[in-house]
Design a protein around this ligand. Structure first.
Ligand code: GRF
Length: 210
């Protein structure tokens, strides 16, 4: 059976959404021993591993250990879900075409950190989240699915983050499901999705629903 390995660093709510969607998760790995998400995975009977980056001399050594552990599970897909480490080119190359990430903005806008604060500062009227394949350029890989929400006049970074997060939990399981069902094809730098009549759209635009 096909499976995924999920990498987390903290809360793990996207990991939780993927587990609750019934997707086949072989293991959850964290670089942070205190990641809250580890506990949830354990309560679901999912194997967990901690590979603490602070115990390695450099990024190369950490990434090599991480890849070695991931590969023991032979996953079809590696899912970054709030994994707060920049990955080396060697790591990204090793998982080319089978490494995905979720980013809390409508890429290519607002790559990097503090996306909700920056969206409010820029006065954008639409914000959202993106699931994309990972390439060595941070937050720039081919886009699989996005969800867009309106920015409200009284939004704060926290209220905006909460509404975006709700959408993250919808689109990430969808993207993983598409991948595992063989519905995603990379054509140059774009993702083509083989849709079936009952498949969902690649853009969610849920209006002002919470
Ligand atoms: C999410 O907002 C995700 O988009 C970003 O980090 C956050 C992780 O949240 N990459 P969680 O750990 O999945 O709750």
């Amino acid at each position: 059976m096909k499976s995924v390995v999920i990498l987390i660093s903290g809360r793990g709510s996207n990991m939780q959404a993927i587990l609750e969607a019934g997707l086949p998760v072989a293991a959850v790995i964290s670089n942070n021993p205190a990641a809250e998400g580890l506990m949830f995975a354990q309560t679901r009977g999912i194997p967990t591993q901690v590979i603490d980056h602070r115990t390695f001399p450099d990024r190369k050594a950490f990434d090599a250990a991480l890849a070695k552990t991931i590969d023991t599970y032979q996953p079809d897909l590696v899912v970054l879900a709030g994994f707060m480490r920049i990955l080396s080119e060697a790591f990204v190359d090793h998982y080319q075409g089978r490494l995905v990430n979720i980013h809390p903005s409508l890429l290519p806008a607002f790559s990097g950190l503090d996306t909700h604060t920056r969206a409010l500062q820029e006065g954008v009227k639409i914000h959202g989240c993106t699931v994309h394949f990972v390439t060595s350029q941070l937050d720039h890989g081919p886009i699989i699915i996005q969800a867009a929400i309106p920015v409200l006049t009284d939004d704060t970074p926290a209220t905006l983050a909460a509404r975006v997060l709700t959408q993250e939990h919808r689109i990430y399981p969808q993207a993983v499901r598409w991948f595992l069902q063989g519905q995603l094809t990379l054509v140059e730098n774009r993702v083509e999705i083989k849709t079936t009549s009952d498949s969902q759209e690649v853009l969610y635009s849920p209006g002002i629903e919470p």
